[in-house]
Design a protein around this ligand. Structure first.
Ligand code: NDP
Length: 336
């Protein structure tokens, strides 16, 4: 079998030789064990974000969907599909089962996707979808008629956030990094306005798009763009702080000052809450609730999904770097 091992801590943009593809023998199956062949492997920003905090070397984690190919566990027979957090490997032996519930459990059976594409299990019907669902609805609590802004709008999480906000009757403005993404958000996903943050005068563009100010902000990127959005928020606006990808590659010792944000937070009396999606997995596991609602919305056409697919186990690094650089529209996944 093969797996990606992270050899050292990343400096700036992760480099190909920070990873090593290691070949190893799978252990023989004992009772209760089974072997999974990976079919879809996810590449996500947290792979970059969590790296400084983990002692190296370590096996690269991420969500993945695979098929049981050998089994000594009647609950996971050959042919059964499972989602796990086993990461960038082509085969795995599961010998450490602790839970079988949806969420950050060691493994769970592919939930009924009602005929939707299976890779959604690591996208809109997996961790990114659950992030969008609870991060928006529980933290921002958007109400019909309010203006919602989302950054990273054309990505896995952001594209779902914007569409949920539309379902809730909000006016939705998205920021993304190319004209192609802007067009997709406005023409296909029904955003009221999308703005290319790389080319627009963002301050002016947001003023025009949200003349009455911003009520809710779902932040995927942080940085200067976030400072501009905070400054145009209405009194008692709510911010869901989901990610800050604009600084994940930065040297932690050179992080910029926060002084530009603070007056906006103070004078606009903002309520800001950071969150990690695992909070809805335990002690009470609410992931199934989000996944089932999202599946209904996708089935009914209220939410559209898109997978940005890279093919091949050897291309996972390229898919990961491409995602960090903004090549993906929708969820970046690797078909093994
Ligand atoms: P995406 O599918 O959105 O992919 C990442 C995107 O980030 C790229 O496509 C790119 O789009 C954008 N990006 C890259 N660099 C910058 C930059 N400097 N400034 C602005 N945008 C940038 O990834 P996800 O949807 O999986 O994740 C989005 C965010 O949500 C991340 O910050 C991630 O860490 C966070 N997250 C947090 C979770 C939580 O529990 N809190 C769970 C899951 C995700 P573009 O072309 O627009 O630049």
């Amino acid at each position: 079998a093969r797996k990606y091992v992270v050899k050292r801590h990343f400096q700036g943009v992760p480099k190909r030789d920070d990873f090593e593809i290691v070949e190893y023998e799978l252990p023989p199956l004992k009772d209760g064990n089974f072997t999974v062949k990976s079919e879809w492997i996810s590449v996500d920003p947290y792979i970059r974000a969590y790296n400084p905090n983990i002692p190296t070397p370590y096996d690269q984690f991420s969500f993945q969907l695979g098929k049981v190919v050998e089994s000594k566990n009647p609950d996971f027979p050959v042919g059964c599909k499972v989602v796990s957090h086993k990461g960038w490997c082509d085969y795995t032996v599961f010998d450490d089962l602790v839970e079988v519930e949806i969420g950050f459990a060691s493994v769970y059976k592919l939930p009924d996707l009602h005929g939707l594409p299976e890779e959604l299990a690591v996208g809109a019907l997996g961790m990114p979808g659950v992030t969008a669902y609870f991060g928006l609805l529980e933290i921002c609590q958007p109400k019909a008629g309010e203006t919602v802004v989302v950054t990273g709008a054309a990505g896995a999480v952001g594209s779902i956030v914007g569409q949920i906000a539309k379902i809730k009757g909000c006016r939705v403005i998205g920021f993304a990094g190319s004209d192609d993404k802007v067009e997709w958000l406005e023409k296909e996903l029904g955003f009221d306005k999308a703005i290319n943050y790389k080319t627009a005068d963002v301050r002016k563009a947001l003023k025009e798009a949200a003349p009455n100010g911003v009520d809710c902000y779902f932040d995927n990127v942080g940085g200067e763009l976030t400072a501009v959005i905070y400054s145009q928020m209405n009194k008692f606006g709510r911010v869901s702080l989901c990610g800050c990808i604009s600084s994940y590659n930065d040297d932690p010792s050179k992080m910029t000052k926060t002084t530009t944000l603070l007056p906006s937070i103070l004078f606009n009396q903002l309520k800001i809450e950071g969150f990690i999606v695992s909070r809805w997995a335990s002690p009470e596991n609410r992931w199934p609730e989000a996944i089932s609602q999202l599946a209904q919305w996708i089935k009914s056409g209220n939410i559209k999904t898109r997978s940005h697919v890279t093919e091949g186990f050897d291309k996972i690094y390229d898919a990961f770097i491409g995602m960090l650089a903004g090549e993906n529209k929708g969820k970046a996944v690797v078909k093994v």
